[in-house]
Design a protein around this ligand. Structure first.
Ligand SMILES: Cc1ncc(COP(=O)(O)O)c(C=O)c1O
Length: 408
């Protein structure tokens, strides 16, 4: 649960590194397997070939994934997983003879990494504006954050499911649903400050996609691997997408790795469309299924299972929620939102100086209080490792409260 600074200070990790060290830092069982793998097979080409550990990692991940999603494509990051999934969606429709479906829909304030596909469907202006037009056939849903109606919601906000209807009534009406290949959303938006989907919202998106033959992609780069107390957010919500992007917690971040998990039916279209001995999917990375990453992934998923960390996260989430909402009423705090072991605390910005107030909280926590938090804009985002104890939850929020009270 701690980083050790150069001066020996023990810093409590309130962010699991960057939403990724879900099993805690330097887990010996994961470290051991990475070392053993480095001594056994350092690299093997992933094109036209595979190695045992890649198949084992894929099989283990497929078992953990929601039913029906059982085909795995490995890459090296969340950004690569997103670009891979978008390309899969486009190619899938084309291979089925439905090549009109070339448009991709994302969401405002969505974060899908920094590849050209990811920034195009993503909805963060700063990530897009320096890089030209990127993909053109893209549009965005509105994001569902509505502090005026949902401030201080515990768990799923009650208001806003109707925003999902806009997908059909506004975007599909405008674009013609027969031209849309896929909708990509983070089930819980993380990077832009923890936006929890309103009750019933994701279910609506799923049913609209079904109605029009549009693939639904869940970007579970942060919501996967126990963050909400289940393997994936898809399980938590009972909403099953066609493709899942994941990374981060897949290897406990000890070795970079990402993956796309696809429905068998999508995989089969590729396999059936390619000529014998031909390439099924013109896409891949030198380091896809890297042996060290596979060893880390297998060990990590074993740790999640053996230590029942997803159940643990589910059990701790009530205490986490309660401690988080005790900050209601502190100066500058305009909203607190949470789900599983994720929490966003939104501060009123300093007049004319957005981000400065939250950043000061971050700095004071880190340098004076030995606590690592994350801020994005004026929002504090917390996502501790799933091994956090009750005592550490109390320390996390009481330290934060003290710092928030002390700033201007
Ligand atoms: C939802 C989501 N998608 C994609 C990414 C990009 O992942 P990476 O930084 O591994 O490329 C992130 C990173 O935080 C993310 O939160």
């Amino acid at each position: 649960m701690y980083y050790t600074a150069e001066d020996g200070r023990q810093i409590l990790d309130g962010t699991a590194g960057l939403w990724c060290v879900n099993a805690g830092h330097a887990h010996p069982k994961i470290t051991e397997q990475i070392i053993a793998q480095a001594k056994t097979l350092d690299f093997a080409p992933p094109f036209q070939m595979g190695h045992t550990k890649a198949f084992e990692a894929a099989t283990t991940l497929a078992h953990m994934a929601p039913e029906g999603l059982n085909r795995v494509f490995f890459c090296n990051s969340g950004s690569e997983a997103v670009d891979t999934a978008l390309k899969m969606a486009l190619a899938y429709h084309r291979m089925r003879g439905d090549g009109l479906r070339t448009k991709l829909i994302g969401r405002e304030r969505g974060y899908h990494g920094v590849g050209f596909g990811g920034i195009a469907v993503g909805g963060i202006a700063g990530n897009r504006k320096h890089f030209g037009p990127s993909l053109s056939a893209v549009d965005h849903l509105r994001h569902p954050l509505d502090i005026s109606r949902n401030a201080f919601s515990k768990g799923l906000p009650l208001h806003g499911a109707e925003l999902a209807d806009e997908f059909e009534q506004r975007l599909l009406a405008l674009h013609d649903p027969a031209t849309v290949a896929a909708l990509i959303v983070e089930p819980v938006q993380g990077s832009t400050g923890v936006i929890i989907p309103p009750k019933g919202y994701l279910e609506k998106l799923r049913s609209i996609c079904d109605k029009y033959g549009i693939l639904l992609i869940f970007d579970e780069v942060i919501s996967g691997f126990g963050r909400l107390g289940s393997a994936f957010a898809a399980d938590y919500f009972g909403v099953i997408p066609d493709l899942i992007c994941c990374a981060k917690g897949l290897t406990n971040a000890a070795v970079p790795m990402g993956a796309v998990i696809a429905k068998q039916s999508i995989h089969d279209v590729f396999m059936q469309s390619a000529p014998e001995n031909g390439i099924e999917f013109y896409h891949g990375y030198t380091y896809s299924g890297h042996p060290l990453a596979c060893a880390a992934a297998i060990a990590t998923m074993q740790v999640y299972h053996d230590e029942k960390l997803f159940e643990r996260a589910a059990n701790m989430s009530a205490a986490f929620e309660q401690a988080a909402h005790q900050l209601k009423g502190l100066p500058h705090v305009k909203d607190i939102r949470n789900l599983g072991l994720v929490c966003g605390i939104e501060l009123e910005p300093l007049p004319g100086k957005p981000t400065v107030r939250a950043y000061e909280v971050f700095e004071r926590c880190f340098w004076e209080k030995n606590l690592l938090i994350r801020t994005t804009g004026d929002i504090i985002a917390l996502s501790p490792p799933l091994i956090i104890s009750h005592e550490q939850i109390d320390t996390l929020f009481s330290t934060l409260a003290e710092v928030i009270q002390s700033i201007k």
